[in-house]
Design a protein around this ligand. Structure first.
Ligand code: SF4
Length: 327
């Protein structure tokens, strides 16, 4: 179908990731600083919760890449230890304490997995397109699950299977099924994975490692299509704003096209230091403030569970390349 712009000109396909669209929704000014301003404004200090999240994600991805016979609980712990990232922690002692906790988190999680249950993909990049957008992203894990009764004697029949999107979460926020249901990124991943692997993919799951809970949602084709239309609408806004920016905007018009959207999340924003409105809206956070306290809460670590960075969608909290990791 031909795509027409406002002046009858063909419209270019808008290439994006779910994270880019979510960033626009969260705060257009942050979107501008993340994706358009070049050189990119200097970010604040690295966050310890991002280090923890990336370490855990890397360990789990590495575990699935081991030969099947080596996928033990101990091996998961070793991978975590070897790949531990230390940026953002208060000091070496705090880093070591959180490493021990993260190792247990990873080991407890893999203890519940079947090493022989080969995923259809690990940190797999998928992409799909419509008439308006080309969307791509990296998924923590894609499972191949049986549907229906399968073959005789319970044997696994490949045709009787579906793809499931698995997104690991390591933050302290308690998640609900609604987080899985309403996540646009997860829905886009499901659509893209289904198209790339040519198999039904409607189920999305958030695996919250700190609690061991799995928050799952089974989409319908209609709910997936709804999320896709929503993504197209957001992408149209991004494309219009990108066009204005590239056309050259005086500072006042820039704020109009990319207004700051202040809130408690400003305390966690990487660009807070460049944003007077954000600095006025929220207290700064220390790089380790997103971590759950290790010991009985003391004055330095007594952060309520709700004190983590705001995130418009849970799937943006994974370690995929463009994604930040929210506590
Ligand atoms: S500090 Fe707040 S308002 Fe400013 S860019 Fe960041 S999220 Fe947006």
């Amino acid at each position: 179908m031909e795509q027409l712009g406002f002046e009858g000109m063909p419209r270019r396909l808008y290439a994006c990731t779910p994270t880019r669209l979510s960033t626009w929704l969260d705060c257009p000014r942050r979107y501008r600083m993340s994706y358009l301003d070049r050189p990119q404004p200097r970010k604040g200090l690295p966050w310890a919760h991002n280090s923890l999240g990336a370490s855990v994600h890397n360990a789990l991805a590495g575990w699935w890449r081991l030969p099947r016979r080596e996928r033990s609980v101990a091996a998961a712990g070793e991978l975590l230890d070897r790949g531990w990232l230390t940026d953002g922690f208060a000091d070496a002692t705090a880093s070591a304490q959180h490493r021990v906790r993260a190792r247990k988190m990873v080991q407890d999680y893999v203890a519940g997995l079947d090493p022989a249950d080969e995923p259809a993909g690990v940190e797999r990049t998928v992409a799909t397109r419509t008439d308006l957008i080309a969307v791509s992203g990296r998924i923590d894990r894609l499972d191949l699950r049986r549907t229906g009764s399968g073959g005789d004697a319970g044997e696994f029949v490949d045709d009787a299977s579906e793809i499931v999107v698995v997104d690991y979460k390591t933050g302290r926020h308690l998640l609900t099924v609604d987080d899985a249901r309403t996540s646009m990124p997860l829905a886009l991943y499901a659509l893209a994975a289904g198209r790339v692997l040519r198999r039904p993919c409607r189920r999305v799951e958030l695996h919250h490692l700190p609690t061991g809970r799995v928050l799952a949602w089974e989409h319908t084709q209609e709910s997936l299509d709804r999320q896709l239309r929503r993504a197209e609408d957001i992408a149209a806004e991004c494309a219009a704003a990108d066009g204005l920016y590239r056309g050259g905007l005086p500072p006042a018009a820039c704020d109009e096209a990319f207004p700051p959207r202040t809130g408690p999340g400003c305390g966690w924003c990487d660009y807070r230091g460049h944003c007077p409105e954000g600095m006025a809206a929220a207290e700064p956070r220390r790089p380790w403030d997103g971590l759950a306290p290790i010991a009985p809460a003391g004055p330095a670590s007594a952060n309520p569970a709700s004190a983590g960075p705001a995130s418009a969608n849970p799937a943006s909290a994974g370690p995929a390349p463009a994604d930040g990791i929210a506590p």
